[in-house]
Design a protein around this ligand. Structure first.
Ligand code: CUA
Length: 368
């Protein structure tokens, strides 16, 4: 067994460790060191728990009050050897634990220079992962067998990035960047079910439990191909197919709050949304009492319903639909114009989608 955390971190490939009673599978280079530290501390705790409880039981029996025993007040008040040993032994143990923990913390906080960078944005309630070539994804996709550094920021409240299989976890604080790094040597492929879990581990509101994603690990060459394809995915789809090929993928980011079946929780349902915004007599009202017809139309703030919807996605707090709160983050810089077109197209053809946003209708014969 390697002797220190840093020896373990210096290994070029790390074995995958199976899940046990305490820990899930370990699939990163950091896992072995974290697990070793955890296991040592755990066994120290077992040892002292057993020792203390056993001695307590022995003393309770041995010195119990027997019938007719006289009351004694001649107990020793001081024993230097005993007192020094119960001070010095725990001191050495806790310094050891501190040292292992501190060393591990420093290693976990110092991404290697050749790290691959991914920008992470956490928001209520989802994640966005951005890659150096401009590609974006909903699950975290990373290259295998090289260090990956996540630079993370929060759009709204505290979140926390937790990848149990990699033994890494870091808070994401509004107004400040935090970083986290790992190296995983065990590719998963792009199949979502095979990926490692990624959770938000900071209670951040109603949709907190929706912030679970997967980490998908690809061999470097496959990763490069994926990243190139991912950056251009919207451009490769013909305009006429955009709403059913791209719409559902982008809608996956909206569905935590916007249903398609009329259910309203935190936000208006998309059911009937296109009819509401394109019909001047719609009864829907904004928080300021205005209706859609006051905002949308020739000579008004938005010439077309599309202009209004685009603004509602980029500046969600601008016009709030009653009675919903100002909780939506902006998607400016995250969903581009083609993405907006895809979403609006989806709103216009909602009858072609099931309640979960899957497209169910064959493309019309005229589609290119
Ligand atoms: Cu984000 Cu919990």
């Amino acid at each position: 067994m390697p002797s220190t955390v840093s020896t373990i971190l210096a290994q070029t490939t790390s074995p995958m460790t199976p899940a046990d009673f305490w820990l899930p599978i370990g699939a990163s280079q950091q896992a072995a060191g974290v697990d070793l530290t955890f296991t040592i501390i755990n066994w120290i705790c077992y040892f002292f728990f057993a020792l203390i409880v056993a001695m307590m039981a022995v003393f309770v029996l041995k010195y119990r009050g027997k019938p007719g025993a006289r009351f004694r007040n001649d107990a020793p008040t001081h024993n230097t050897v005993l007192e020094l040993s119960w001070t010095i032994i725990p001191l050495i143990l806790s310094i050891g634990m501190f040292w292992y923990g501190f060393k591990g913390y420093v290693d976990l906080s110092t991404p290697p220079k050749n790290s691959f960078d991914v920008n992470v944005t956490a928001f209520k309630w989802g994640w966005q992962f951005k890659y150096p070539n401009g590609a974006q994804s909903d699950n975290l996709v990373v290259p295998a067998s090289r260090p990956v550094r996540l630079t993370m920021r929060a759009n709204d409240v505290l979140h926390c990035c937790f990848i149990p299989a990699f033994r890494v976890k870091k808070d994401i604080v509004p107004g400040r960047y935090t970083t986290l790094w790992f190296q995983c040597d065990h590719p998963t492929g792009l199949e979502e079910a095979n990926g490692y879990h990624l959770f938000c581990a900071e209670y951040c509101g109603t949709g907190h439990s929706n912030m679970n994603r997967r980490v998908l690990v690809l061999p470097q060459a496959e990763f490069d191909a994926w990243m190139t394809k991912q950056a251009a995915w919207l451009d490769e789809i013909p305009d006429a197919d955009l709403y059913f090929k791209a719409g559902p993928k982008i809608y996956a980011r909206c569905q935590q709050c916007h249903s398609l079946d009329g259910t309203t929780g935190l936000a208006p349902s998309w059911q009937g949304l296109w009819e509401r915004v394109s019909n001047p007599t719609s009864a829907a009202r904004f928080a300021d009492g205005k209706g859609y017809s006051d905002l949308i139309g020739a000579g008004k703030e938005f010439a077309t319903p599309q202009d209004y919807l685009r603004d509602a996605i980029y500046n969600p707090g601008h016009h709030l639909v009653a009675p919903f709160g100002n909780v939506m983050p902006t998607f400016k810089g995250q969903i581009n114009d083609r993405g907006i077109d895809a979403l609006i197209g989806m709103m216009q053809h909602l009858d072609e989608f099931d309640a979960k946003g899957a497209w169910k209708k064959a493309p019309p014969a005229t589609a290119k």
